[in-house]
Write a protein that binds this ligand. Structure first.
Ligand SMILES: Nc1ncnc2c1ncn2[C@@H]1O[C@H](COP(=O)(O)OP(=O)(O)OP(=O)(O)O)[C@@H](O)[C@H]1O
Ligand SMILES: [Mg+2]
Length: 283
């Protein structure tokens, strides 16, 4: 059964999509089967993964199955899952229609467990499921919190971000959803500034045991990789960003050299490509 995670923050632009995408790549490259769920109307994850080989970027056909069509029962979740071109990495695409769904279908806002029941049949097919959330606490993020077990909160080491955590963490702690805060991850960290050192120490002191040891440094490689439509492991595999992200994945997902070796051997023995995993994907 998959380990299920959602990436959440009230603040925009802190690295939710960047972590979702790059962690998924690291896990898939390590031989694990990963499902990404794009729950953000901006659909950055979807545009990145499905637009990378298209000259004008990702173009959505009207009949394209996506998460909004799954939530409104026009497609099953399994039939909306698409391959990404990377072995073991599948995507349930996002949709710009997500924001308007509760207006068209008010029941959705009152059914926070709906996403969980739709995704649950997929979980046995994957090692990890990562849900990329919008930068807001709304009906969608509540659904994500019911559909996953662990919450990862990326944050910048900045005063306003710290204030945001002071609202978000108690809110999460008193939510009765399945998901619990797993780790706060300090992103865009500049180790050579006293401000960042002090704020990172303040975050760690405020949330003992709940902050990932591995911080992700501010580097141009992550933004450049996103622009090139690649993960940082493809774009700049020897960069600081790649090292930070790989170490972060090992920490967050409890990986070890041994577990990766074992998984790679299992995958080789299975002899399975993504198209043979038994899910009705992309059809
Ligand atoms: N450590 C980093 N160093 C430099 N740039 C970064 C880093 N992490 C993320 N970025 C860049 O910051 C921008 C915002 O990141 P991202 O889209 O992942 O944030 P987000 O939290 O998903 O935003 P939103 O809330 O709008 O969905 C992107 O251009 C990304 O490439
Ligand atoms: Mg995002």
């Amino acid at each position: 059964m998959a380990g299920t995670f959602c990436l959440l923050s009230k603040k925009g632009g802190v690295g939710k999509t960047t972590f979702t995408l790059n962690c998924a790549h690291a896990l898939a490259f390590s031989g694990f089967k990963v499902l990404l769920v794009d729950l953000d109307a901006q659909s950055n994850l979807t545009k990145h993964l499905l637009g990378r080989n298209q000259p004008g970027g990702f173009v959505r056909r009207p009949d394209f199955p996506d998460i909004s069509k799954v939530l409104t029962s026009r497609h099953s979740a399994a039939s909306a899952v698409v391959e990404t071109g990377y072995a073991g990495l599948h995507l349930l695409p996002g949709s710009p229609d997500l924001d308007d769904l509760p207006l068209l279908n008010p029941r959705l806002g009152r059914e926070p467990s709906r996403l969980r029941s739709l995704l649950a049949p997929l979980y046995p097919h994957y090692d990890y499921v990562l849900v990329d959330c919008p930068p807001v606490l709304n009906w969608l993020t509540r659904m994500a919190l019911m559909a996953t077990e662990k919450v990862i909160i990326p944050t910048q080491p900045e005063a306003y971000a710290l204030q945001g955590l002071q609202d978000l963490v108690p809110w999460l702690d008193k939510m009765t959803a399945t998901a619990q805060l797993f780790k706060i991850v300090i992103n865009m960290y500049r180790a050579n500034t006293q401000l960042h050192q002090a704020l990172a120490a303040q975050i760690e002191a405020a949330y003992p045991g709940r902050v990932a040891r591995q911080r992700v440094r501010l580097t141009i490689d992550l933004a450049e990789a996103a622009r090139a439509g690649l993960s940082v492991f493809e774009h700049a595999p020897t960069s600081l960003a790649a090292m930070d992200l790989y170490a972060l994945c090992f920490e967050l997902f409890g990986l070890s050299a041994e577990s990766v070796r074992t998984r790679m051997k299992e995958r080789a023995a299975e002899g399975l490509g993504t198209e043979q995993q038994g899910l009705a994907v992309g059809t």
